[in-house]
Design a protein around this ligand. Structure first.
Ligand code: GLN
Length: 550
């Protein structure tokens, strides 16, 4: 069977949740036994989002092969239980970069290099590369942006051409749109959808299926109207109502028959989707037995997308423990020695987040100290782990001047320092220690207990590292280095004993937590936090109370 391509465009407005719709459709097809991957095409000029500010772009999602990518790839991995790679995210910047490099090398043999055909050909080759790998029955292609944007045009044109290149029966066009409710008229309105479909059709890519985001159910007459004016059959109008959790969307889409229509139109076959495990997972999220409050201490807390994968991994770890995780977002800039107790009262676990630069560091150090001294389960990720090392050096090992050279480049005791191979780098894009590296765990450590194996691998994104020349001072003072990278002898995990659960990791475990395989460190962290909570000190609540408040 030749690979099928599903192009997903968005209309009317951004933020309709195209990534979740793609991931949900992907999950339904995987649950039918098909091999599926999803590719995101981003119409911006940055080569990748790695150099973008978290306020601008949200989290940068890192793949095993070290690509810095769009956060939608996180949804794809979490929903489909697949690993993605650089090939799954293409930006306009990358497309132009490659085309211009080829032009400089004379690859176009003196031709005038143009958007059509050269840019569109380059886009198509990126899409076809996944299909031609022979690894997939279906490639879902999510086109970023909104139909009608100038910058999306080359992508739409490329997809239009692909329908002829690979055969119309091998492709499908799905358009996600908004059906808004006008309170003054007391009605749902289809006009924006009609206009959006018209704009898309003018570019030659008319939709086969229309998914309508709406706050209210679409009645039959409304569906008929959309079908009639947008040139699709009635069952091809699919309603996507707001869901209680994003994980419910595959179930809602199945009920609306989205996967059935896709299967029919692409002649895909495959068994009925098996969503038993998925349904159980959603049930656990919607009706948990327990509840814990976890503090997420970071500097971008007003912008939750900056911590997308951490939030999802906490939900997964919570579901494993039949627990709803309530996140208290704590801005690290405002934590002081004086107010830390008040800010972190009634919290059962403290997670200190990743980050860059010195803003908010003093507050993070206070949060770490509070967790250590008050024996509150603690999870430090990347910069959070580096803060834990500095805090230990200063307050336990007696190195009051301990610091990271990221915040103080003339530190007298640089316990966190730039990695040697980072020292001479000038470029900032794609130059960190990125992607998958091995880590050997110390038998009997918290990490070992959680993972249940001695050799693991995790994804990285950092320039600084525990200073190997000074690390023995901390070891003698009781800090446990429970995970070490075997090739370069780098510290990957730190722990302290005599504490209910205190783990700092140099890598990003949140990137590998999926619905099918919740991350063991998040599961263990929530378990320890739940134990603390149930021990009576704060808000651990049993079934009845949880149901009322969840
Ligand atoms: N800024 C730190 C470093 O580069 C931590 C990075 C992170 O938290 N991802 O090492």
């Amino acid at each position: 069977m030749s690979t099928k391509y599903i192009f997903v465009t968005g209309g009317v407005t951004s933020s309709l949740g195209k990534g979740i719709i793609c991931a949900s459709l992907g999950r339904l097809l995987v649950a039918r036994g098909l091999k599926v991957t999803i590719q995101k095409l981003d119409p911006y000029i940055n080569v990748d989002p790695g150099t973008m500010n978290p306020y601008e772009h949200g989290e940068v999602y890192v793949t095993d092969d070290g690509a810095e990518t769009d956060l939608d790839l996180g949804h794809y991995e979490r929903f489909l239980d697949i690993t993605t790679s650089q090939a799954n995210n293409v930006t306009t910047g990358r497309v132009y970069y490659d085309v211009i490099n080829k032009e400089r090398q004379g690859a176009y043999l003196g031709k005038t290099v143009q958007v059509i055909p050269h840019i569109t050909d380059e886009i198509k080759s990126h899409v076809m590369q996944l299909g031609e790998s022979g690894n997939y029955d279906v490639v879902i292609v999510e086109i970023g942006g909104t139909v009608g944007d100038i910058e999306s045009l080359p992508y739409i044109e490329a997809m239009r051409q692909m329908r002829y290149d690979v055969g119309r029966h091998n492709t499908l066009s799905i358009h996600l749109t908004l059906v808004p409710y006008l309170a003054a008229a007391g009605e749902l309105k289809t006009k924006p959808t009609q206009h959006s479909v018209k704009t898309l059709s003018e570019s030659g890519l008319s939709p086969d299926i229309i998914v309508c985001r709406s706050e209210y159910p679409l009645d039959m007459s409304l569906r008929q109207k959309i079908a009639q004016f947008c040139n699709v059959e009635l069952p091809d109008v699919v309603a996507s109502l707001d869901a209680e959790t994003i994980y419910e969307v595959p179930l809602l889409m199945q009920r609306e028959g989205l996967d059935t229509r896709v299967i029919e139109k692409l002649s895909l076959g495959g068994k009925e989707a098996d969503l038993e495990h998925w349904t159980e997972f959603v049930e656990k999220i919607k009706s948990p037995k327990y509840k814990v409050r976890i503090a997420l201490v970071g500097k971008y807390v007003e912008h939750h997308d900056a911590y997308k994968s951490i939030v999802e991994a906490l939900i997964h770890g919570g579901a494993e423990n039949d627990t709803k995780v309530v996140i208290e977002w704590i801005q690290s800039d405002f934590i002081t020695k004086e107010n830390v107790k008040r800010k972190l009262e009634n919290i059962s676990g403290i997670l200190v987040a990743p980050g860059f630069g010195d803003r908010g560091i003093d507050g993070k150090l206070e949060a770490v100290r509070y967790a250590r001294e008050n024996k509150i389960p603690f999870f430090g990720i990347c910069l959070g782990m580096q803060c834990a090392v500095i805090e230990y050096a200063r307050n336990i090992a007696g190195k009051s001047k301990a610091d990271s050279t990221e915040f103080n480049d003339s530190s007298e005791y640089p316990i966190i320092d730039l990695m040697p191979d980072q020292k001479d780098l000038q470029e900032t894009g794609g130059t960190m220690r990125l992607g998958k590296y091995d880590c050997k765990l110390r038998p009997g450590s918290y990490a070992h207990l959680a993972y249940g194996s001695e050799l693991i691998d995790e994804r990285h994104r950092h320039r600084y590292e525990v200073n190997n020349e000074l690390r023995h001072d901390l070891e003698s003072a009781g800090l446990v280095f429970s995970g070490i990278n075997p090739e370069k002898d780098l510290v990957e995990i730190i722990e302290i004993e005599d504490h209910p659960w205190y783990v700092g990791v140099q890598f990003h475990p949140e990137l590998k937590s999926t619905v099918g395989k919740p991350h063991p460190l998040f599961t263990a962290f929530i378990e320890a936090s739940l134990e603390k909570s149930l021990a009576g000190s704060d808000v651990g609540v049993k079934a009845e109370e949880a149901k009322e408040t969840v």
